[in-house]
Structures are given as C-alpha cells and as structure tokens.
Ligand binder design. Sequence first.
Ligand code: HEM
Length: 478
Amino acid sequence: AWFYMKPHPHSPPIFPGALPFIGHSLLLLGDRKHLWDIFRRIQLYALEKGGVCETWVGPYSIYVISDPEDSLKVSNICLDKAYFYEFPKDLVNNGLVTAKASVWKHHRKLLNPAFNQQVINTYVNEMNVQAKTLVSQLAPKAGKEPIDVQNYFISYILSIVTRTSLKVSSEHQVLLDTTYAKTMHDLVVLYCDRGQKIWLHLSSIYKWSAMKRKEDELTKKMRDITNSIVQKRKSELNANDVSDKDSEPISSSGKFKPILDQMLQLNKEQDVFTDDDIVEHMQTLVVAANDTSSAALTLIMLIIGTYPNVQERIFDELQEVFQHDDTDITKENLQKLVYLEAVIKESMRLYPVVPIVARKVDVEVKLKNYTMRAGSSCMIGLYSLLRHPLWGPDAEEFRPDRWLDPASLPSHPSLYAAFSVGKRNCIGKLFSMIVMKMALAHICRRYHITGDINNIECEFDVILKPVKGHHIYLTPRK
Ligand code: HEM
C-alpha cells in the first residue's frame, strides 16, 4: 500500500496523516462528531489545494473533489456508486440511490414522472393534514419547555412519504409509525458503524460478524412490512382494474395517486419491475426522504430561531399571503413564499445534510489538473462546493437575500450541490422543498421560534445532523 501511496506524476496531493499499509483508516475511528470533523477537513483541504486531494483506506484510493467543473465531469461519467453503497444492498439494492448504473438509467426514466410538479401538487392536501397534526403535537410544549424537534419532524415526513408513496391503510400506518422509523434508524447506525471499521468492509469477514446477524434481522423486519403493504395493494388493484382507479380519495379534501400505484400500473402495462424492485424502490424513498428532510428541518428551525430579523421577514411574508387567515396552504400560496424559500436554500447551502457523495471510478478520468486511476473511488465534496469561494467573499455568511437577486448568484450549476451534482441528483428535491415549506409555514405563522445555530454540534451518520439535545423554544403568537 505504501508503494501505491507515493504520489504518481498526475496524482493530486495526499491528505496529511496517511500511514503505511493502512492509509487514513485510523482517522475514521472515533465518534460521529469526529467523523464529521474528518470529512469536513478533507474537503476543505481539497479546496485549499486547488480542488482535488487523495485519501487512502488500506490499499484503496479515494479521491476527494471540491472543484465545480471536475465534480460535474466525475458525476456524469462515473455513474456507479462507490463500493460502500453496497452495505445496505439487502435493504435497497435496486432502489435508485444504490442501483447499478445499468438498472438506474432505466428505472430513473420510469420514475421521473412520479416526481414532477403536477404530481406533487396533488399531495398538497395530504401535506396540510400532516402539517396541522405536527403543529398540534407541538402545542402542549409550546410556551412551556424546550422541544427537541427532530423526532416530531421524523414522524411528519414519515407520514407524508408513506401515505403518498405507499397509500398505507390505518392498520399498516400504526406499524410504520412504531416499528419502521426505529428499525430504519438502527440500520443506518449499523451501516455507519461498518463504514468506520474498515476490516468489516470485506464481506468475507463481515458475513461472520454479529453485526451482520443484526443487519439481517433488522432488514427482514423492514422488508416484511413493506412487502406486506405491496402485496396487499397489488391484490386490491388486481381486484379492481388499476386503470379505472386513476385517483383515490385519501384525505378529506384531496385526491392523489400514490407512487406504489403508479409503479404497479406501469408494471401492468410494461412489466418493468420485479416485486423485489418495487419493495426496494419504496424502501429507498422512505429512507432517502426521512432522515434528510427531518434533519434539514431541524437545522432550519435552529437558524430561524437564531436570526430575529430573518424570522420577522418570514412572518411578514406569511401575513401578507394569508391575511391573518389560518386556513390550509395551497400550491399558489406556496409559490408566493419566496423569502421562506430563500431561507431554506441558504440554510441548506451552509448546512447540507448530505455533505458528501461517492462514486466508483472504473475508467481512468482526466480532471483539469490530475488523472484519477481506474479501480479507485471518488468523493464529491458537496459541503465544500456549497461554500466555494465562487459564492463570493460572503460565502461563509448566512445571507438568504442572495437567492432573491439571481444576478448575484454563481453561474456554475454544480455549486448548487445540496441535492447532489449531475444526472444522478436527488429525484425528490421538489417534493422535499414543498414538504419543508409546508411545515415551516404552518409553524412560523403559529409560533415564535427561539434557537441557536451557533452552538450547534453536528455528527455524521450517512447524513449530517445536529447531535441530540439541540432544543428549540416555541412561543405561541397572538
Ligand atoms: C432535504 C431533503 C433532501 C436532501 C438534502 C436530499 C439529498 C440527496 C442527495 C445529495 C442525493 C444523492 C445521493 C448520492 O449520490 O449518494 C439524493 C438522492 C436521492 N434522493 Fe434525495 N434528498 C432529500 C430529500 C429526498 C426526498 C424527500 C426523497 C423522496 C421523496 C428523496 C429521494 C431520493 C432518491 C430516490 C435519490 C436517488 C436518486 C438517483 O440516484 O436517481 N430525497 N438526495
């Protein structure tokens, strides 16, 4: 390994601290706060060194890229994910996040229409129902004690995603609310534990470990629940021809067609997904939506609570749009909340909950100044792209107004990296913007928020989130 770690003529600088044979592996050990510190420092080192650096996990080379042009090139050439995306294979295999490029290309095309603006607009009623539930769940503690909001957001997102993607019955909803979220969390923690212990990266060792047995048990629990929902819906739809049931009444005021129905219908017409594919896509959506959006909402609440002027501008905008009315929020209302949207975007720029993504480098790739060897991996530093000097001298400052003046924004598309870069970006970005806007609009018109982002400590367990105990204080508005 030491031989390999010697710089090659076209290699970028190596991140300091590599040891013979094991490379930077020891740096991965430690708690999740430490892990985030390392990932952050590596990205900033790449930025400082002109956009690329190299790290080593044992004999395995992982490049880290912070340059916008190189990031875009890599993300569109190297469409397969890095080897560690196989850790959750048993849970999500052919789901979009982890699927091999050959499967992904086909499935992404089929699923794209399910995430367009028109389809998402049909979920707005259901989102209102869940946002009102969220506000009422917060009510007993408002004005009395600090609230750890993250868990409230987890159930808010979980309800919306499971209802809009799976159309769960009330019997299944209970199972989802209780077992699903907990099992999903335990699995994410387990994948991250495995990631930190590089000897467990080898499946020949991992398969004998107690961790693997735990993984099997948790995976089975989730698959069994999802599978029973899919099978139940499949037989319901077979009983009443799918094509006749374009939309189902589901909440008191809205109709929509859940993603599961859209997939089952596609299958009837074109036979494109296996049952396992459907289960894996559904689980991917739940996992990909839940931790990300709930962590982002928690961070945004802390940010709003930190800046009184920002909070008052959000409130003024809400007053203007709703005229003191406490009614449901329509898709037209959502479009008018431009300042709130700017606050969300600016918060996600400085605190991206997915701070890094990784790809397999299976062919030699020529970057601007270096060449990446085939057979390595590469990380795209979303965190560093979002704070890149091209954002301007105030790149490190929280300034939502930059989003209201398009002329002042940087022009390179991969600097807008909160939902990743290139073709394999987040399919749910529009969905998540609307879910977040909905929750924040409902909360901000009812409550005044006090919080402090400046004392925040973050940890990294696949996604970046505040360490538990970052509380927010809500005061009911008159
Ligand atoms: C704040 C919220 C969210 C953030 C920051 C976020 C961010 C991301 C990022 C960075 C990726 C690329 C992951 C990688 O390459 O490893 C991604 C992919 C993905 N996200 Fe999101 N996401 C969010 C919400 C959602 C929601 C709500 C859904 C579903 C409803 C979703 C579904 C997906 C899926 C399916 C992929 C894989 C896309 C593909 O490879 O084609 N995400 N997301």
